[in-house]
Design a protein around this ligand. Structure first.
Ligand code: WQD
Length: 350
């Protein structure tokens, strides 16, 4: 299929583009590069041998979108493009509502105009808010607790209304838990701009020596060791789920919602220990007070994705952290340092 990937130079977008190309899809990317660069495109080519078609611009630019749909026989869309920092969204909610929601409405209007009704939406476990029940099930109450999470929830609702009104739509809403890791080649990975807010990229920079120690936000949660528990999932497993979702909605009209997690949670202290084993690097840390808005524990029930998409996470924690470290070790400046020579390590395709 020919698939439009919005936000395709981002962390999950680039990994999903690799997976789509390896599954013989043709990929067209639109990205405004507000939180990424074009370097991932060169890395994608180094991994797959294919340079995806790329358009720099905003999904809010309806003229550009129309141009893309006129030039390419787009059959489906995976919509990653959007601002995604919880903290930033609290500081500037209007920017988040405008950027994330307006772009989605423009995208859906353009898709409908060109009779394209297959859409995979990048949602998030953030829509469950402070749900204290675990494992988290798709039918549980959604109640986002940040403007970022509310944009995801509002977009989910928009898509539900759209599909109710026009049954030609076939939509998958994918709720990611905690994506970590990197492609095993070490060529693409997570490249947060500025100080990382998420756990694993922060740990990677402590391991590099760029940051001196990790702050562990709270050790007084109702968990075995007192630190927060999350369902960490390899970004390659997420990419696989997107390709399976694209194929699923091609044959199943309607609205479908899936948790994407491993179904297993690890605490912050367990992650530190596992990373030290995976990297042979010590990770000094200091216990700090809880971070505003954090919840104690969250992990997914991913049975629906398994039974309906035939998908489940394949990578274990050691692989996730080894792959995360390989990316960070070989790219201490992230994508700032352009690709030189051959890919770092390409495991033979299994
Ligand atoms: C994980 C655990 C922290 C950093 C966020 C977004 C969510 C989604 C995934 C987009 C928690 C602890 C973290 C640190 C720490 N993003 N931690 N020290 O908060 O579960 O989810 O990313 O969809 O929307 O909210 O991920 O990696 O920030 O935190 O102790 O320096 O690590 O308290 O328990 P989170 P995280």
């Amino acid at each position: 299929m020919t698939i439009l990937v919005t936000g395709g130079t981002g962390y999950i977008g680039a990994h999903t583009t690799v997976q789509l190309i390896e599954q013989n899809h043709e990929v067209v990317i639109i990205d405004n590069l507000s939180n990424s660069t074009i370097e991932p495109l060169r890395r994608i080519e180094a991994i797959t041998g294919v340079m995806p078609r790329f358009y720099q611009g905003s999904v809010q630019d309806s003229q550009l979108l129309q141009q893309i749909f006129q030039r390419h026989n787009i059959e489906a869309v995976i919509h990653f493009a959007g601002a995604k920092s919880v903290g930033e969204s609290v500081a500037d909610p209007l920017a988040y509502y405008h950027n994330n929601i307006a772009s989605t409405v423009t995208l859906c209007q353009t898709m409908s105009h060109f009779n394209v009704f297959n859409l995979v939406f990048s949602s998030s476990a953030a829509v469950y808010g402070n749900s204290t029940k675990v494992p988290v099930i798709e039918s549980m109450t959604t109640q986002a607790t940040s403007p970022y999470g509310r944009t995801k929830l509002m977009i989910e609702q928009i898509l539900e209304d759209l599909q109710m009104t026009d049954s030609r739509w076939s939509i998958a809403r994918l709720r990611y838990f905690n994506p970590i890791g990197a492609h095993y080649s070490g060529l693409i990975g997570e490249d947060p701009q500025g100080l990382p807010s998420n756990l694993v990229p922060y740990i990677c920079q402590v391991a590099l020596g760029s940051l001196d120690k990790l702050s562990v936000f709270g050790d007084d949660y109702d968990t075995p060791d007192g630190t927060g528990i999350r369902d960490f999932i390899h970004v390659a497993d997420l990419a696989d789920a997107h390709e399976k979702a694209i194929r699923y909605i091609a044959n199943h009209a309607g609205l479908h919602t899936f948790n994407l997690g491993t179904g297993r949670g690890y605490s912050v202290l367990e992650m530190i220990c596992a990373f030290e084993q995976a990297s042979s690097k010590p990770i000094p840390y200091i216990i700090q007070p809880r971070r505003e808005g954090d919840i104690g524990k969250s992990w997914a029930c991913a049975k629906r994705a398994k039974s309906m998409l035939g998908w489940q996470a394949q990578h274990n924690l050691q692989q996730m952290l080894q792959d995360a470290w390989r990316w960070q070790k070989h790219n201490p400046e992230g994508y700032k340092q352009p690709l030189l020579g051959q890919p770092i390590s390409l495991r033979m395709a299994s």
